[in-house]
Design a protein around this ligand. Structure first.
Ligand SMILES: Cc1cc2nc3c(=O)[nH]c(=O)nc-3n(C[C@H](O)[C@H](O)[C@H](O)COP(=O)(O)OP(=O)(O)OC[C@H]3O[C@@H](n4cnc5c(N)ncnc54)[C@H](O)[C@@H]3O)c2cc1C
Length: 267
C-alpha cells in the first residue's frame, strides 16, 4: 500500500484546515468503504483526516420536532439509541439492518451519506423523512443532496457534521436484501410527515429517488392497496448480477406495500 499521513484533529476547525492543506486529502470516518478503496488502489490519498477524535461530530440530540444525529454516529449507536427508538423507530430499525455487526460498529451515518452508494440504506431515510444535511459550511435539504451514482452536493472541502431528521407521524423502512452483503436490492422508506407523505427508494436506481405517484396516492389513502397498482418504469433502473431492472421495478411496489403496512401500525 502506498504510504500516507494519518492526521487526528480534535476540532472541526482543525479537520477543515487539514482538508484545505492539499488536494489529495480524504476524510476518514469508519473506513468501511474508504480503506478497501485504498487497498484496491482506487484511491491514493496523501493524508487521511480521522474524524473519530472530534467530539462535536458524535451524539444524538432531541430538538423537539426533530432529532439531530452526529455525522460520526455509528450505525450500532443509532440502532441502540433509546431516543431514536422512541422518536423515529423506523430509523433505529434501518440502522439495525445495515450490513453485519462489524460494519455497524465501524460505519457511520456521515460516511454512508457522503459515499452515496446506490444500495445504501440511510439515503432512503434521509430523503424519505425530508431530513437536512448539516455541513461545516451550510445546510442542505435532502431533495438537493443526492445528485447521482456516488455523487452528492458536497464540496471538496465540506464536512458533514450532522443530520436533522424531522420526527414523522409514522414511518417504516422495508428492504429486500442481497443475502451476502445485506445491501438493499431494493429498499423503500415511507413516511407521513407534517409536510405530507414521502416515499424514497434505494437500491433500484443510480441513486435514491422519490415516487411522486405513490406519495399522491398515499396522501389520499394511507393503505397498502393505494400503491398496489402503481408500477415503476424499469428503463432507468439498475441491472446487475443480483437482479435485473424489471425485477427491481417489481420489488419497488412490493416493498412499498409492506412499508405502508408497517408504518400504518404506528398510528
Ligand atoms: C461488508 C459490508 C456490508 C455493508 N452493508 C451495508 C448495508 O447493508 N447497508 C448500507 O447502507 N451500507 C452498508 N455498508 C456500508 C457501511 O454502512 C458504511 O457506512 C459505508 O461503507 C461508509 O463507511 P464509513 O462510514 O466507515 O465511511 P468511510 O469509509 O470512512 O468514508 C466513506 C467516504 O465518505 C467520506 N466521509 C466520511 N465521513 C464524512 C463526513 N463527515 N463528511 C464528508 N465526507 C465524509 C470519506 O472521505 C469517504 O470518501 C456495508 C459495508 C461493508 C464493508
Amino acid at each position: 500500500m502506498r504510504s500516507f499521513d494519518y492526521l487526528q484533529p480534535s476540532t472541526l476547525g482543525e479537520a477543515t484546515a487539514h482538508l484545505r492543506s492539499g488536494t489529495e486529502i480524504r476524510l476518514l470516518a469508519g473506513g468501511m468503504t474508504l480503506l478497501p478503496t485504498i487497498k484496491q488502489r482506487l484511491a491514493a490519498p496523501d493524508a487521511l483526516v480521522d474524524l473519530a477524535g472530534v467530539p462535536a461530530l458524535t451524539g444524538i440530540e432531541d430538538e423537539g420536532c426533530s432529532l439531530l444525529v452526529g455525522a460520526m454516529a455509528r450505525h450500532a449507536a443509532v440502532a441502540a439509541s433509546p431516543l431514536v427508538r422512541s422518536r423515529i423507530p423506523a430509523l433505529a430499525d434501518l440502522a439495525a439492518g445495515i450490513g453485519d455487526p462489524a460494519v455497524r460498529n465501524r460505519g457511520t451515518i456521515g460516511g454512508s451519506l457522503a459515499n452515496n452508494d446506490p444500495a445504501a440504506d440511510y439515503p432512503a431515510a434521509v430523503l424519505g423523512l425530508g431530513a437536512t444535511i448539516v455541513t461545516s459550511e451550510r445546510e442542505i435539504a435532502a431533495d438537493d443532496f443526492f445528485l447521482g451514482l456516488f455523487e452528492t452536493a458536497l464540496g471538496a472541502e465540506e464536512i458533514i457534521t450532522a443530520i436533522r431528521f424531522p420526527v414523522p407521524r409514522a414511518a417504516a423502512y422495508v428492504k429486500f436484501k442481497a443475502p451476502a452483503s445485506r445491501y438493499a436490492l431494493v429498499g423503500v422508506f415511507v413516511a407521513q410527515t407534517a409536510e405530507g407523505v414521502r416515499v424514497a427508494v434505494t437500491g433500484a436506481g443510480p441513486a435514491v429517488f422519490r415516487v411522486p405517484a405513490m406519495e399522491e396516492a398515499l396522501a389520499a389513502d394511507f393503505t397498502p392497496s393505494a400503491v398496489a397498482a402503481i408500477g415503476i418504469d424499469a428503463d432507468d433502473l439498475n441491472s446487475d448480477i443480483h437482479a435485473e431492472a424489471g425485477y427491481r421495478a417489481h420489488l419497488v411496489t412490493v416493498m412499498a406495500k409492506r412499508a405502508v403496512a408497517a408504518a400504518a401500525k404506528g398510528f
